[in-house]
Design a protein around this ligand. Structure first.
Ligand code: CUA
Length: 351
């Protein structure tokens, strides 16, 4: 067989009407593709981006990503360079030249690159998930994945539940926090992209995940394992706070009471909301649904389904299934509009 047919060497270089050589077209297409990818990559910042880290683990993972990206682009550029070179070369490669390319490009370079990347990843691993034993004195938060919402319990030093909240996690910056993750029925996955990697919540088992926030801010956490119809509507707010502000919040939260608006509370109790929901300092002690203490401070209604506002709360009470399919809360559309609005105002006012 004619060697020139394999290498393309010696073939006349054809050009299209635009004067671009045909042999350059694949490289031009590949370059355009990479350039088109650049804007989405540049916009990888925000409250839910692993590439815009606000925590120790996420920062290491983002660094690893960028090291691999740069390595990948360098290899790609090398291959495209060779492609250009081969396309322009009129004479076939000498046997010696081809052997050199195979030895260095096919054996030495990949071995060295992969060894370097592996060493970097192995060196990174122990730092990413440090292990804090039972009594390391770090903050512990128990998070349970429920049917499309998050039960969040803050534990005191002895391991007893200090207080409960839902769909919102607050952590002090600069301190590790151990999350104890579990689920009563199906598998969910707890993920705060800006702070670190995800971890499954498995029924009958307690998984532990240690995260440390470094930058104060409000971020978003999500469920990263398909768990049912409203899996995509199962998010939570993360507040990374200065340690002093965090302490003040814990103290306020321990004292929170829902008794200020007596009329609203009376309606809430009369219509049976307390069978499922609890509000500290009141007779409402239900445990089936989310704890609603200080609900007005939360970032959303229905675990990230709607922004927290009186109208949205009323809409959710009227028909939760319309906002969040398969949510376990029954609809309350039989109540009068005025009563629903009154209960919504009461909840929005809870601090
Ligand atoms: Cu919970 Cu997906």
């Amino acid at each position: 067989m004619d060697d020139d047919r394999l290498t393309g060497a010696g073939r006349p270089i054809r050009s299209g009407r635009d004067g671009i050589s045909d042999s350059y077209r694949p490289a031009i297409r590949a370059t355009t593709f990479i350039l088109l990818l650049s804007p989405p990559l540049a916009s990888c910042s925000g409250v839910q981006s692993a590439l815009d880290p606000a925590g120790h683990e996420a920062r290491d993972v983002a660094n690893l990503f960028f090291v691999m990206l740069i390595g990948g682009v360098a290899i790609w550029a090398g291959v495209v360079g060779l492609l250009f070179h081969a396309a322009r070369k009129r004479k076939p490669y000498s046997e010696k030249g081809a052997g050199w390319v195979i030895l260095w490009g096919g054996a030495v370079f990949p071995t060295a690159t992969l060894a370097a990347l592996l060493s970097y990843a192995v060196w990174l691993m122990p730092n990413i998930r440090p292990w804090f034993g039972e009594d390391a004195g770090v903050g512990r938060v128990e998070v349970t994945g429920e049917q499309f919402w998050w039960r969040v319990r803050y534990l005191d030093e002895g391991g007893a539940v200090a207080f409960e909240t839902a769909n919102e996690v607050r952590v002090p910056i600069g301190e590790p926090v151990v999350f104890l993750l579990n689920s009563p029925d199906v598998i969910h996955s707890f993920w705060i992209p800006v702070l670190g990697g995800k971890m499954d919540m498995i029924p009958g088992r307690e998984n532990r995940l240690t995260l440390q926030a470094e930058k104060p801010g409000t971020y978003r956490g999500v469920c990263a394992e398909f768990c049912g119809t409203s899996h995509a509507l199962m998010a939570f707010t993360v507040h990374a706070m200065e340690p002093e502000a965090y302490k003040a919040w814990v103290a306020a939260r321990r004292k929170a009471s829902g008794g200020q608006d007596q009329e609203g509370l009376a309606l809430f109790l009369r219509h049976g909301c307390a069978a499922c929901h609890a509000i500290s300092g009141t007779e409402a002690k239900g445990t089936i649904g989310p704890d609603l203490t200080a609900f007005g401070e939360r970032g959303s209604v229905g675990a990230g389904a709607l922004p927290n506002g009186q109208e949205h709360i009323a809409r959710f009470i009227r028909d939760p299934g319309q906002v969040k399919p398969e949510a376990r809360m029954p609809h309350f559309s039989m109540l009068e509009e005025a009563e629903i609005d009154r209960i919504a105002a009461y909840l929005k006012g809870l601090r």
